[in-house]
Write a protein of this length. Sequence first.
Length: 446
Amino acid sequence: MMRRLILAMIAACALTGCETTEKQAQPAPQAETVQKLTAPQMLDDIANRYIKLNLTIGEREPGYIDAYYGPPEWKREAEGAQSTIADLRNAVGALTRELERLPAQALDQDEQRRLTFLRAQLGAANTRLRMAQGETLSFREESLGLFGATPDLKPLASYDAVLARIDRLVPGAGPLDVRVTNFLDRYIIPAERLKPVFDAAIAECRARTARYIKLPEGEKFTMEFVTDKPWSGYNYYQGGYESLIQINTDLPIRISRAVDLGCHEGYPGHHALNMLLEERQTNAKGWQEFSLYPLYSPQSLIAEGSANYGIDLAFPGQQRLEFERDVLYPLAGLDPATARAYFDLNNAISALSGARFTIAQQYLDGEIDREQAVKLIRKYQLVSEKRARQSVDFNDTYRSYVINYGLGKDMVRDYIEAAGNDPLFRWAAMERIISEPTLPADLVVK
């Protein structure tokens, strides 16, 4: 800008024959010649540098970036960066200080939410870099620093009453986890029937979501069955309202997982959230930071929590039982007459979900070793040894990320159900959560 102004002055003098005395040749002060950025423009600039910084962090830690569909040249630029972890932490701190100095009173309400969102995301990036430098954080410190929330942990003995109730539902001899596993394994979907069952489940999840939320035109996803993963399902958002959804078949898949994964990975879960953010934030407002999803950030509590509660929202009360019994059981070659018993047992087991956090905390804080964790997971999650080991593998890979599924669901549920019993109000609340710059603090019901 300054160079163009000086060249214009020289050209004007050449045309008019003006004298180039020292006084005349001096450029005007920068403040008078270069227009200052407005507060929203400053926020745009910070947001773009936030993206580039996170992409650079992602080059040091595979899996740190869950999705990115912004300018490809920014990704290429990050690939060539030579920054150390200390450099990255300094950059995070510098951007955070710039946000703090930004005149928030000059921003409208939406832009102030954007500023708060970016500040929280940068705080999470700093926590992750602290961990990368070898700093040891407790389970609570880590979950709060990365995801903006931490659960109330109950002692495992408090779940013994739940185990006693389940014991009455599954009579017989032998350890309870073995009896439960044997019972649930009667409901495995044969491998050759997986695709039609999942196709039907996802179609129904989409139809129920589209009844209340307008989905972008042309949205779609591709589904793949994969192996050798520490998770049961994953959504890789591609941008352009498209997702790749992968379903892990390392372990046999039971009938309930079709609706679970159809809603969680698809509608109104991860696919819906990502494409609504792309449509309403990145495309409509030009807020490019929503083209980037760092996995270890408050975004994940929102994403996992809304995806898990989305199952209950889409299939309230007995509707899930009825759909599975009448549609999915025949497709899977299972006896619909037995659907009620399977449904009731799964509902009872869901009351054990909080035990997963307590075991993860004890394991990650070094209070128990791997074999003790496997044993406790078998007892308090009522799964086979193989599934228990997969659960510990998940903790090894993703650490405190586990809180996002249960705590996130609870927080989303409380927020949405505070809107009232009318499905229209509940779905409108869900739409706000998954299409706006939502943080865990926004879900706290006042």
